[in-house]
Unconditional design. Sequence first.
Length: 144
Amino acid sequence: MDPTPTPSNARWWHIADRVGAVASFLCAIHCAALPFVLAVLPLLGLSFLADHAFERGFVLFASALALLSLVNGYRRHHRALPLRLALPGLLLLVMGVTLAEGYSIIVHSVMVTCGGLLVACAHFFNLRLDHQLRHEHGPQCVHG
């Protein structure tokens, strides 16, 4: 597969990175706030947000999107920083929704909050590197 993206393909990955950044950031907020709002969620009809199956599904979605968009970003800009941020973040997320579920909610929340923030930062750096790449090459370049 040719690593040089077409303009429409690059646009799609740019959107995927934005969705991934927002999803990871929302995940981190959700996990940080969960211990405090756990009792209120059923009153608001949002008890599904505290369900482990929902959380696992969300982490699976965020992880798949992160890996796809960050690896694709690396193929464009060849900078490893986003991947170096995302990999420990993804590890924390996965460990938080699997192994840490048996521990206190605080341990679980800290792990997934830190993981979500790392993945969100990875997406933001990936977007920034893509933006810099477009400015370096200009609009006439096939990379932009």
